[in-house]
Design a protein around this ligand. Sequence first.
Ligand SMILES: Nc1ncnc2c1ncn2[C@@H]1O[C@H](COP(=O)(O)OP(=O)(O)OP(=O)(O)O)[C@@H](O)[C@H]1O
Length: 251
Amino acid sequence: MTDILDIRGISKSFGALKASDDISLTLKSGEIHALIGPNGAGKSTLINQIAGGLKPDSGSVHFSGQDITSLAAPARARLGLGRTFQISQLAPEMTVLQNAVFGALGADGRVSRFWRPVMKDRSLLEVARSALERVGLNHRAGERVSEISHGERRQLEVAVALTQKPKAFLMDEPMAGLGHGGSERLTGFLRELKQEAPILLVEHDMDAVFALADRVSVLVYGRIIATGTADEIRTNPLVREAYLGDEEEHA
Ligand SMILES: Nc1ncnc2c1ncn2[C@@H]1O[C@H](COP(=O)(O)OP(=O)(O)OP(=O)(O)O)[C@@H](O)[C@H]1O
């Protein structure tokens, strides 16, 4: 398997706090690599630096063999680095279809498109509808986002990211707030999706992580303390002490 993403020695401090402390990790084609860790461990900070929203103090990010460390987020997205967010970026007063079309428009990259009625643009509509169909939301295309359920919004976020035809996905807590049924559906979908675009997944739902991830990295106080398969991570004494053991005590 080739490395689609190669993060080398990323460090980032906020004042005296080292939120990322010499982090290296890879994302290989065909895999889901989950990033887990306690609250405040630095997961979102790391994802932001990979997506281009935050500049690392040192270290580099390579994507498909290209050094993208100095590129801004939109340029990274255009190269095929897709992203879903912890906090919804959807426009609540627009319909499901309009949100997906605007996602597709973002990927299109031609500013001239803004001067045409985008909701009549066949190629954009086709991309948007096919993304909605893939996540099982086509039947809700005409609803306003404010009227659909939380789980459907999460599905729509994935659909919007799909319209950008990513080569790799960064996903920040896609299961958050989903009920058991919702997270099972999304789990099944992510398992299919990883075949065409590998996924770096930040997730608190441990059942989902252990069911889905080909590899898991554990982040504690800005450092990766272990990377391995779900079984290796579950039985790793360092991880149990620093993280999982702690969870069980509170269970
Ligand atoms: N812009 C910022 N300025 C100052 N401190 C920050 C900033 N962003 C994050 N931090 C701090 O960096 C640390 C890592 O935060 P981060 O949000 O990356 O953790 P996380 O693992 O994603 O947490 P959670 O699981 O709660 O989302 C925290 O102590 C946080 O308070």
